[in-house]
Write a protein that binds this ligand. Sequence first.
Ligand code: SF4
Length: 303
Amino acid sequence: MDSQLVVKRIDRLKEEKNAVIVAHYYQNDEVQEIADVVGDSFALAKYCAQSSKDVIVFCGVHFMAESANILSPDKTVLLPVRDAGCPMADMADAEGLKKLKQQHPKAAVVCYINTSAKVKAESDICCTSSNAVNIVKSLTEDEIIFVPDQNLAGYVEKKIPEKKFIKWPGYCITHHRLTENDVAKARESKPDAVMLVHPECRDEIVREADFTGSTKQIIEYASKSKASEFIVGTEMGILYELKKRNPGKKFYLLSQGLICPNMKKTSVKDVLFALEKMQYRIAVEKDIREKAKKSLDRMLACK
Ligand code: SF4
């Protein structure tokens, strides 16, 4: 089917079903192009909770659609590709976390938003890469179990050295693979560029960067900066928004390996099939959903 026809059918179905398409910054360019809202996982979950639409087509990975369902249980949340998951979220499990809590009964449990609903249900508070430092600072406990990203945990620990961190040994397969050699090569080929990286990168990479922040913070930083060239150390999908907002600036990926295979699974045709067949519905069990919501609500309430 021709691509213009696919987009027309999507638009018609969106109206018929009172649906909205939301997409993460790491999605394929053509998916970001047809989305009504593009953002990071937290902004999208918040948007979904406030939206008046009945159906949310979530172009992202499984935990993001779960978070949308947790915050808006009365809406139908569709994930266009059933097996679009996050390997880092899959590295943490609720049973393992329960055991860790028993070993550290005084610790507060902080879960990154990149976790399953079951892990969120076992956590005291959720965080994102934008607010992780503020969330941990807001806690009175001296001991923190941080799950699942060891790199984000290490980044926060450096900013709050007075607290003791028990780090779950998870990592993002896309960001964790960056090496010091990648940084050296990028610096050598673009000596005047400003280097922006995500805190899911290892400490060796973060130390070498000019700025470290979430996808949203990287976009804001680059958009406000007077510099004209940037080396970007996060998933390549972010380049779409960076270039759209900054047509006069140049952006180079820190490594060509910065691709999340799960984020790239969704195509525009999958979005059409999602709306036609109302697939794949993401609905978290009520008791898990209610417990998980507490950790998300506590984050939302945190200044
Ligand atoms: S980029 Fe990393 S953290 Fe994000 S969805 Fe992909 S694997 Fe998960």
